[in-house]
Design a protein around this ligand. Structure first.
Ligand code: NAD
Length: 481
């Protein structure tokens, strides 16, 4: 049984209290590893190590820091198969998804921010004979990175790369449900030559370990991705200290399907947007809004395409749908399906827990589910389910489509499916979401702003937004006389 350690000052340590959490493999229900159940003392040591490393790390040149990130990116590329196997076992996601999306993106995150920082210029404001202003961007100090279980290495590297390349030192806390690739990244950091104390990582629960990190008085910024309720708790915790806070939270993302949509693009797009990673992506389109005239055709074609997906062992190369993250999460999702039945919804496909034969018979699987005819006020149209469940809703015109799209507390992402260019621009501008994709889903350019409106978050990540978050601007005026 693999036993993981906290990564502090370049070395692995057990939790100070000596206790461990079981890390369960979702596809089998068996214990994969034991994870330190850390608390205040472990956090204290990690923050102290990061504080000691800060002066030397922040004084290094951008080129030196960028080169170390590029080395780490190269290690992820060469170990991608092993890392993908770890990620797949830890999350229940299909191995091919872990390999093609998660590992590729983890590599790209490190490489991208190494390059972005190398091209980043600071501003100058010329006042003519009176003088000149220039703006330095200074690292903040020790920053906390807290990440969820759905895209473990992808999201950890998305925060780690800009934090480190701008000269901060880091204490990260991955989800207690998915610690495996975070641990592997620490091993690679040693090999890559990242100096001790620059990158530290503590494992443990949210209330026990994450909260201690957020509350530590030496933490200068918190970058958090996770649920909206947790994000609000963290915001309250740091409010007194007025430190920088970035929140990437939940979503209830609409897909707006107009009558002129190209079915050949739209149906596979909706399947991908609804069910990638068993619907456990914050950006998943879980509410499909369809023009009344094409509702039944879309419902039939979508149902056929969803039924054609293969659910099973994440290790199998042809598996499309793996396991949900935990038994508790499976029960939460099935609770929503029960709610749909009692709300009078029509289950067009799925709607059941399933136990595949063999190795995965005790895993946490739900058949991908499409539900129609729910009343507008149903909880399924408003609350984030975060599982393989999509709902269909009808609209009669553009105004109603936009109204339905905006009728939830969230505002992370949306997709618009239409062949009418004017409509695409018009509708995209009216949707309350940080990201709108027209005729596609989850196409990412790492230079663009990423984040949500309303209950989906605060601030943006990506490109210079991340570099700005992890630095403090300081203006310096030089008298011209
Ligand atoms: P979560 O909020 O339960 O946990 C996220 C992380 O926060 C974990 O590491 C957890 O241990 C930690 N945590 C929990 N309580 C804490 C506290 N009081 N103080 C500090 N840390 C604490 O979320 P989850 O269930 O792991 O992830 C699923 C959620 O994440 C979904 O709502 C999903 O939409 C969201 N998400 C958002 C994005 C985005 O970019 N907007 C991306 C991925 C996931």
């Amino acid at each position: 049984m693999k036993q993981l350690g906290n990564f502090i000052d370049g070395r692995f340590w057990p939790a100070a209290g000596g206790s461990f959490l079981d890390n369960i493999e979702p596809a089998t229900g068996s214990v994969l590893a034991r994870v330190p159940d850390s608390g205040t003392e472990d956090v204290e040591q990690a923050v102290a190590a990061a504080g000691r490393a800060f002066p030397e790390w922040s004084a290094r040149s951008v080129a030196e820091r960028a080169t170390l990130l590029e080395t780490l990116a190269a290690f992820i590329a060469t170990r991608a198969d092993d890392l993908a196997a770890l990620e797949s076992a830890d999350t229940g996601k299909p191995l091919k998804l872990a390999r093609e999306v998660d590992m590729e993106r983890a590599r790209a995150n490190l490489k991208f921010f190494a390059g972005a920082m190398s091209h980043w210029a600071s501003a100058g404001h010329d006042m003519g004979p009176a003088g000149f202003n220039y703006t330095r961007r200074e690292p903040l100090g020790v920053v906390a990175l807290i990440t969820p279980w759905n895209l473990p290495l992808y999201l950890l590297t998305w925060k780690l790369a800009p934090a480190l390349v701008t000269g901060n030192t880091v204490v990260a806390k991955p989800s207690e449900l998915t610690p495996m690739t975070a641990h592997a990244l620490c091993e690679l950091a040693i090999e890559a030559g990242i100096p001790p104390g620059v990158f530290n990582l503590v494992h443990g629960t949210g209330p026990g370990c994450g909260q201690a990190l957020v509350d530590h008085p030496s933490i200068r910024a918190v970058s958090f991705t996770g649920g909206t309720a947790t994000g609000k708790t963290i915001a309250r915790s740091v409010a007194e200290r007025l430190i920088k806070l970035s929140l990437e939270l939940g979503g209830k993302n609409p897909a707006l399907v107009f009558a002129d949509a190209d079915m050949d693009k739209t149906i596979p797009g909706l399947v991908r947007a609804g069910f990638t990673n068993q619907g456990q992506v914050c950006l998943c389109s879980s509410r499909i809004l369809v023009h009344d005239s094409t509702h039944d055709e879309i419902a039939a074609k979508l149902t056929d395409a969803v039924k054609a997906m293969k659910l099973g062992d994440p290790k199998e190369p042809d598996t499309d749908q793996g396991a949900l993250i935990s038994s508790a999460h499976r029960d939460k999702v099935t609770g929503y399906i029960e709610q749909a039945r009692s709300d009078g919804g029509r289950i067009l496909c799925g709607g059941e827990v399933i136990q595949p034969r063999g190795r995965c018979r005790d895993g946490y699987f739900i058949l991908p589910t499409v539900i129609a005819d729910l009343p507008a006020e149903s909880r399924l149209h408003h609350e984030e389910i975060f599982g393989p469940v999509v709902t269909l809703q009808r609209f009669v015109d553009e105004d109603e489509a936009v109204h339905l799209a905006n009728s939830v507390d969230y505002g992370l992402a949306a997709t618009v499916w239409t062949e009418n260019l004017s409509r695409a621009h018009r509708v995209a501008a009216r949707i309350q979401a940080g990201i709108v994709w027209v005729n596609n889903w989850l196409v990412r350019d790492l230079r663009t702003p990423f984040g949500g409106m309303k209950d989906s978050g605060l601030g943006r990540e990506g490109g210079h937004w991340s570099l700005e978050f992890f630095t403090e601007p300081k203006n310096i005026f030089i008298d011209g006389r």
